[in-house]
Design a protein. Structure first.
Ligand SMILES: Cc1ncc(COP(=O)(O)O)c(C=O)c1O
Length: 385
């Protein structure tokens, strides 16, 4: 059978090649340090698990939910007020099955064939996916070392910006680990106004920021609510990645458009998951702060370790990831990752899988305790890399 040409828009999944190699090394009995995928090794707080379990014992909570519970929408609004100082109303909030799914479908609600979207390079891959599934064409803007891996909108071609319909921004940024500043957000908002762009901000890591004040929301900056929406995922803050809890918040017209699209293909979030979300949003946040400090210890262990064995000190101010330049100016990140796995048993993600500007870099995920991270660095050193 000839399948849709749409499938040709996507390359091979990089994690499957890494995994095949990993299985081969495991069969040989090698010690493996897997720092490739960003799945947290921390646990979800007990009050969130309890809310889900209690709900699962209620037969009515197994029906199609069809809609977001008003209490859940209100809980998101209250959380935004408490945590970010942002005032939202329930018509400015909708649930999605993870930012991955929401971003994957948003392009279908926003774009027509031939539309363009400004997308960071390198970036989290679903930013591109959402654009191309909606019939759009991505136009990359760089996140480069020269501008501290932050969006530099003054460098974007104004004509390309005029033609584009939206700009995707995500700070703290996966994979590059940069963290937004009020000045950068102000420039992005002015740029969006000037070129009539919707800003789609992905705020997956506001709780994993190092060395400075707690992270915020894009929507807290002056003018942001006129030009933008934000994906707000609970995955990483509360270690609930498998439960798929995220929200799109912000401009009601965009929320309504995504809701209309999703109502055709989705019958709502499972009630026990909605109750878990309410528990997370209304409950204590001390575990989130503890976790931030633990991630920071891991970041320090990795960056100190890599520097001590001759790597450039990586860019790593936030997120679960550390973005490291491959030593000796090597550019072929996929080949380097295979070699690193073969010789040191350390699995990391090639920079090229996040976009053309990722070549020459690899991404480490901070998903192991500091002592294990130090062991991984020792293994890299022992392999002579
Ligand atoms: C930038 C970014 N956005 C979104 C996600 C996924 O979020 P969710 O679990 O809500 O789909 C990730 C996961 O790694 C991410 O790095």
């Amino acid at each position: 059978m000839e399948f849709s040409k749409r499938l040709d828009l996507f390359g091979d999944e990089v994690f499957s090649s890494l995994n095949a190699k990993r299985l081969e090394l495991e069969r040989q009995g090698r010690t493996i340090y897997d720092l490739s995928v960003g799945t947290p090794d921390f646990e979800p707080p007990a009050h969130i698990v309890d809310a889900l379990v209690d709900s699962a014992h209620t037969p009515a909570d197994w029906k199609y939910s069809l809609h977001d519970l008003p209490e859940m929408l209100q809980a998101v609004c209250d959380y935004y007020a408490r945590r970010y100082g942002v005032t939202l109303t329930p018509d400015m909030v909708t649930s999605v099955g993870g930012t991955q799914e929401g971003m994957g479908h948003l392009g279908m609600a926003l774009l027509d064939e031939g539309d363009t979207v400004l997308i960071p390079d390198p970036c989290y891959p679903v930013f591109r996916t959402g654009c191309v599934l909606g019939g759009g064409t991505p136009v990359y803007y760089p996140l480069s070392a020269e501008h501290d891996f932050l969006p530099y909108v003054a460098g974007i071609d104004p004509e390309a910006a005029d033609r584009a319909k939206a700009i995707v921004v995500s700070l703290p940024a996966n994979p590059v680990g940069s963290v937004g500043t009020p000045e950068v957000y102000a420039e992005i908002i002015d740029f969006a106004r000037e070129h009539d762009l919707l800003v789609v901000h992905d705020n997956a890591y506001s709780d994993i920021i190092f060395d400075g004040p707690a992270g915020g929301s894009f929507l807290s900056y002056p003018g942001a609510q006129d030009v933008g929406v934000e994906f707000f995922s609970l995955s990483k803050s509360f270690n609930v990645t498998g439960a798929r809890i995220s929200f799109l918040v912000g401009r009601p017209d965009v929320i309504a458009a995504l809701d209309k699209l999703r109502s055709q293909i989705d019958f709502g979030m499972f009630y026990p998951v909605q109750r878990a979300a309410i528990a997370a949003l209304t409950g204590p946040l001390d575990s989130v702060e503890r976790q931030r400090l633990l991630y920071q210890e891991r970041r320090d262990a990795l960056c100190d370790g890599l520097e001590s064995i001759g790597w450039d000190r990586p860019n790593a101010h936030g997120t679960l990831f550390v973005w490291a330049r491959i030593p000796n100016g090597r550019m072929d990140s996929m080949a380097f990752c295979m070699e690193l796995m073969d010789r040191a048993g350390v699995i990391v993600t090639p920079g090229s899988s996040f976009g053309p500007a990722g070549e020459g870099y690899v991404r480490f995920a901070l998903v192991m305790p500091p002592e294990k991270i130090r062991d991984a660095v020792d293994a890299i050193a022992a392999a002579g890399i």
